[in-house]
Design a protein around this ligand. Structure first.
Ligand SMILES: Nc1ncnc2c1ncn2[C@@H]1O[C@H](COP(=O)(O)OP(=O)(O)OP(=O)(O)O)[C@@H](O)[C@H]1O
Length: 327
């Protein structure tokens, strides 16, 4: 059974089509990244899955139940971390979990839930108003985990978190996935999704423009990598050797540094082997995959031909760069 099955789902607000004929399947046990710029229709889709908003057309099932006709069967089995959730500043963490358990008629041990989201017994007794943003996020996730949901829906869970908080949130998603929970994770920041998701769906102006793994998407737009080698000495011969490897489209040399543009992943190891075979001593190797920013532009700005061209020419961005999806 699929955790989520969406078919022709459409939501119109007057003249605006917020979600346009969406077809999407999220497998059981999968961590699925629902990606798109602000206003793409992510929250509207989530709201239809949870029957907070009625579709103009189409249908969806969640955990095998019809999202509209059988929402009462869905809600006890789904945990939701809403976008822009709020805590009650004067209530302790423990009281928040107790409150969620009461609402869901669940009998979870608040201590166990709080431990699961990384909040200590001391934290549990403190007013949540004293919590950092990351702790509040973990508390809200803890509330979503009450009742041991089969599906966890997180709407922009990384908003406002610092890098440490983002890593904590990602660890939490991973550990829930390991317990077998399906996670539907919406975000407008590509790197946050990439770090935890098995697959991503990219939504743009209400339409699904891609569904794949991040690697699959990279390949689709002709993504390559830039390989930078630091050599022990001069580069004139080395440049020629690297340039002769199939799958290397361009080599630039500067001082002891060689920069190779790679279109075939296998070429990376072959460049190293060829250089070593020619007697070149390699001191360092750095590889940057095609920037996620260019990947995103390719998917959300429409013109695929241009975008693929951009992607080929850009090796920057790098793994540490945060790529916001912007229109
Ligand atoms: N109740 C509403 N009435 C009218 N328009 C709406 C309503 N809710 C959403 N929209 C519009 O639908 C479009 C999709 O909004 P939605 O909130 O689903 O996007 P999103 O991808 O979740 O973006 P964000 O990350 O900014 O929340 C936007 O243009 C938004 O202004």
């Amino acid at each position: 059974m699929s955790a989520i099955e969406i078919s022709g789902l459409t939501k119109e607000y007057g003249d605006l089509t917020a979600v346009d004929d969406l077809d999407l399947t999220v497998d059981d046990g999968e961590v699925f990244g629902f990606l798109g710029p602000n206003g793409a229709g992510k929250s509207t889709t989530i709201n239809m899955l949870l029957d907070f908003t009625r579709p103009t057309a189409g249908s969806a099932t969640v955990l095998g139940y019809d999202a509209q006709a059988e929402s009462d069967s869905i809600s006890p089995r789904v945990g939701v971390l809403p976008e822009g959730f709020d805590i009650y500043p004067r209530l302790s963490g423990r009281r928040h979990i107790e409150f969620a358990a009461k609402t869901k008629a669940a009998d979870d041990d608040p201590e166990a839930i709080l431990r699961r989201v990384g909040l200590s017994a001391d934290d549990a007794d403190r007013p949540a108003g004293d919590y950092s943003k990351g702790m509040r996020q973990r508390l809200a996730t803890g509330m979503a985990l009450v009742g041991d949901p089969d599906l966890l829906i997180m709407d922009e869970p990384s908003t406002g978190l610092d890098p440490h908080g983002i890593r904590e949130m990602q660890d939490l998603v991973r550990s829930e996935a390991e317990r077998g929970t399906t996670v539907f994770f919406s975000s407008h920041i590509l790197e946050h999704v990439e770090a935890v998701c098995d697959r991503v769906g990219v939504l743009n102006e209400g339409r699904l423009v891609a569904v794949d793994t991040i690697d699959g998407l990279r390949e689709e737009i002709g993504g390559g990598a830039t390989m930078t080698l630091t050599l022990a000495d001069g580069t004139a011969e080395a440049r020629e050797v690297a340039g002769s490897v199939p799958g290397v489209t361009e080599v630039t040399a500067s001082g002891r540094t060689l920069e190779c543009t790679i279109t075939d992943p296998a070429a990376k190891a072959e460049v190293v082997t060829a250089l070593a075979g020619a007697g070149t001593t390699i001191e360092d190797v750095r590889i940057e995959e095609v920037s996620l920013e260019s990947l995103f532009t390719a998917l959300t700005n429409g013109d695929e031909a241009d975008a693929a061209g951009d992607a080929e020419g850009i090796g920057a961005g790098g793994p540490e760069t945060e790529t916001e999806v912007a229109r």
